[in-house]
Design a protein around this ligand. Sequence first.
Ligand code: G16
Length: 542
Amino acid sequence: MIRNVSTTPYNDQKPGTSGLRKKVPVFQQPNYAENFIQSVFDSLEGFAGKTLVVGGDGRFYNREVIQKVIAMAVANGFGRVVVGQGGILSTPAASNLIRKRKAFGGLILSASHNPGGPHEDFGIKYNAENGGPAPEKMTDAIYARSKIISAYKIADVGAVDLDRLGTSDVGGMKVEVVDPVADYAALMETLFDFDALRTLFKSGFRMRFDAMHAVTGPYAKEILERRLGAAGGTARNFVPLEDFGGHHPDPNLVHAKELYDEMMGPNAPDFGAASDGDGDRNLIIGRGIFITPSDSLAMLAANAHLAPGYKAGLKGIARSMPTSGAADRVAEKLGIGIYETPTGWKFFGNLLDAGMATICGEESAGTGSDHVREKDGLWAVLLWLNILAERGESAKEIVTKHWATYGQNYYSRHDYEEVETDKANALVDALRAKLASLPGTSVQGMKIASADDFAYNDPVDGSVSKNQGIRVLFEGGSRVVFRLSGTGTSGATLRVYIERYEADPSRHGHDTQAALADLILAADDIAGIRSHTGRDKPTVIT
Ligand code: G16
């Protein structure tokens, strides 16, 4: 039986950088998830009889919301729902399934790297038929709908068994429970030289992969250990847990500190990596060297032709504006396009669809290519492995040579988390107000060349996205960038991105914070971080 349930709107369902993310108790309010799901369906046209892909990172509340999605998909007229076994699908695997099955779209349930559990975070995002996150005009429409919604449709179909593989009929709609790993692993085999990787591991190459008790555990076990023959124990924390073992599944130097310490230790493995809650981020650490996401993007782009899937070369590279300019130099040398987009993977979709970019990356530990329309943690790890296997050098040697060729972009992000929203907004407002007066003035002995609020003109569809981060550029190319995060769930997070380019090899490989010390002071002088927030240091430095 299909019911039309009356509801009243919630006013806080505006999708952020990547979908709607809130605390679990917020999602557990009456009709909260239903309102949002119906708002998504109401913003779409032409899905009758079509396929919807559904899955999540396994966090607390995942299974409940999947049951709601299935019951609402029946009532709204979808023909088929493809769902990962146990409700599990990594974000890149979901993107792949949408594309492979020619689905109408997909709902991915995740709050990414944010913690999980009854009092932690949950999230829902919609991905379109290209497998990529809904573009801004779609998320705007979903939000507009959520503010006036008055009813949702749901079918009384009872709980579907998410653990048994196979297809069943649910209220006249097909529900297909699939192995979450199989299609994704098959895709990886088409991109990378699995024989070369097996030889690498056979030769004694040692690796550590930290799945952080999140979604990539089963993927890493299957691909690294079973298919590539890496030693048992290569994948750590590989059982997905609803609360990620009480940790933040955020692959950075704070939350993956154990891995970092091991990689810097005396008996470090050759290569270390980690991924996040939903498997789209990556952390790359060579023996004795952390590789920043911005550098990793540049190095992967410079060497991608060594992997079979990219041997024809790259069409272009895209990076988010706050990501360092390291990739720009690679694009210049390769003679290909470089695109600077706002933060958010959704902005890469058009460039990838149009064949203008092959590889994309963000400072927030996201790298990916045109194989799917999401960033892809394990993909980045496998591309690194393929490059290491082909070059026969250590990660550290590859990094050092890269810097010698292209120069080093010293780069760091300082996050001030859970700042009171009013204070964070006041800081940004004050900064915007003085942008025009900054050029020509000096801070910490450095002259400001230009200052603006980044706006993006999409070269494919002509759409314009304004207010995407405040950039202050110094003479000589150093810069500081300020923006508020769009993924947090409590208060505001101020992100300060600091970058200095250094061409001289004798100055490479030094301590990053020391190399950026004057710019860090300048950032505070310019934005008044201490005075506005009352904080004297960042919460997280990456
Ligand atoms: C999401 C987006 C990324 C973005 C990141 C950080 O990642 O998909 O494109 O770079 O958030 O965004 P913000 O700086 O606004 O917090 P994820 O891994 O959280 O889905």
